[in-house]
Design a protein around this ligand. Sequence first.
Ligand code: MG
Length: 383
Amino acid sequence: MESLAPYAAHNSTSRGRRYRETAPTHRSEFQRDRDRIIHSAAFRRLEYKTQVFVNHEGDLYRTRLTHSIEVAQIARSIARALRLNEDLTEAIALAHDLGHTPFGHAGQDALNDCMRDYGGFEHNLQSLRVVDELEEKYAEFRGLNLTFESREGILKHCSPAKAADLGDIGRRFLDKGHPSLEAQLTNLADEIAYNSHDVDDGLRSGLISTESLSRIQLFDDQYQEVKRLYPDLNERRAIHEVVRRMINRQAVDLIETSLSALRRHDPVDIDQVRAADEALIGFSSEMHQQNLELKRFLRHELYRHYRVLRMTTKAARVIGALFEAFLADTMLLPPEAAQHVRELEKISGSDGRARAVADYIAGMTDRFAITEHERLFDPRQLT
Ligand code: MG
């Protein structure tokens, strides 16, 4: 690990785990975190959770699992270029969406509505909850007992009210501090990944077109270039060529802009990164603007396309109905989930009861949620 920059996350300066453990023999602490994430049940479930398109809509679309792997790939490349900790970066990237509900953002908004009187539902907080509490695998502790640095990276956003209850991991949201550079870059690698792959999936689905995307500079610069270099290339290959160039442009911009910020601030260690007056990983202002333009386009033209909205409002109704049914009658829950409800209810009454129901629903894959809905509401289903 000699090649790591001084401001990277180092094993030796880690703030450690919540429960003390002996150091791993042939791995770093952050490798161990990454490995625990890969072996978790929540990670496997990402395969059947929606990114934009509901899982059964087509085999070629991104799911939360392939999205997380793409984020890890982009984030690791950037980390290596900046001499940051690749293992920590990979751990954060693979875990960043573990708390996502079924049916993407529509599912999360629906569950947040359901939980309005019980403390709300935030998927970033839920990702932390998954690794801290909900995964039950190890003999000695609840959760995956990850390092502070992985947990800090997973908790990307958090409302100040919630941050106050989280102890050391919530501090930076109250003090206006920053997380590690590895966490900062993974957050932006997430944006690079979804902006680019949603263009790809959006075009494949036919819901957006290259003509409408030509209004968007980040797309059009590359599209014109590809058409000029390869005028006879078929459409599918041309789109892939454009998307990979978009990813590269953004990654290169991020690396170069961040390197100059790091040179300017010259932090001696990770704690100076955390205390800096601004985030040190970022795009140039021009790229930032281009990114916003693309995001706005995708929001209007893809995420709010009537065919996407039909699917997502249907999904939101499934979540709402499941929540209502389980909260009203927890006898309908399978034994393990019912046990979880009893435990949380004992600790914090009706809030705990609702939280446990939300945990159960958030953990579902798209297809499991649909099947549970059928089992509960379709009178022809007798089991
Ligand atoms: Mg993501």
